[in-house]
Design a binder for this molecule. Structure first.
Ligand SMILES: [Zn+2]
Length: 259
């Protein structure tokens, strides 16, 4: 049977040529329309599939770029939330039980790296109210970094997949205070003072409290040093995979300020 609208006058069936009536003509027309609409629906389906495929891939690519930022931001929030709990004496002491010990025996996945001062008043796990396997900590007097410290950070960001690095300085830092005051540094202490001197020099030409300014400038300089450390960290920072931030801990209030 011919289903085109142009041929509604005559058509063939098994018995030969027959003249079509109005009814057959309409049926033929609807068949033709159905075929047309089916094509429209196919094209629409194709468009929809094409549109959503392109859209989904675009979203996935953007999500891939953003997810690293999101992970780092979530990690930072986890730290600041924990610090608020600590400062207000509402600690949860998470991840410190037998269950956590069993969990981390399989491996570690710390969500943040903390480069902090060795000062006994600044234990990162306590002041951020975190537990075992949560944060990867590097500590030395003055929260400065050398090749060994940078290598430790590289291990965390490159091998353990940690997305956030925090350079944590603090008020009343003895290492910075001693460097500001000068004097003779015996033994290996001189190498600590040498690393802090650039911050002290900058603080001397700034208004305000020289020690506190030097502490904050030192945090800033170390943050920049870590961010631009080649070949590993700088590349990850540039690619949006790792975030490096400076932070200042107030010994009196117990609060951490993200700089
Ligand atoms: Zn210190």
């Amino acid at each position: 049977m011919n289903h085109s609208a142009a041929s509604c006058e005559v058509s063939e069936d098994r018995n030969g040529i027959v003249i079509r009536g109005e009814r057959e003509c309409w049926i033929s027309f609807f068949y033709w329309m159905f075929g047309y609409w089916r094509l429209v629906i196919y094209l629409d389906d194709f468009y929809q599939i094409f549109y959503y495929t392109v859209k989904n891939y675009t979203v996935k690519i953007l999500e891939g770029i953003m997810s690293h930022h999101t992970e780092a931001d979530q990690a930072l929030k986890k730290l600041t939330d924990g610090n608020k709990r600590y400062a207000s004496l509402k600690q949860k002491h998470p991840n410190q039980g037998v269950r956590r010990r069993a969990e981390v025996s399989k491996g570690q996945k710390p969500f943040a790296v903390i480069v902090g001062c060795s000062d006994s008043r600044i234990p990162p796990e306590i002041l951020f109210d975190q537990g075992i396997g949560d944060i990867f900590v590097i500590r030395d007097a003055g929260n400065i970094v050398d090749d060994v410290a940078l290598g430790s950070i590289e291990y965390a960001v490159d091998h353990l997949g940690t997305r956030l690095v925090v350079i944590l300085g603090h008020s009343k830092c003895g290492a910075v205070t001693a460097t500001v005051q000068g004097g003779e540094a015996h033994g290996h202490i001189g190498s600590i003072a040498k690393a802090i001197i650039p911050a002290v020099k900058k603080a001397k030409v700034k208004k305000g409290d020289i020690i506190d300014n030097a502490i904050r400038i030192n945090i800033d300089l170390v943050t920049k040093q870590v961010k631009t450390s080649t070949p590993i960290i700088a590349k990850l920072v540039k690619g949006g995979k790792v975030k490096v931030v400076g932070a200042y801990y107030d010994i009196d209030s117990g609060l951490v300020e993200i700089l």
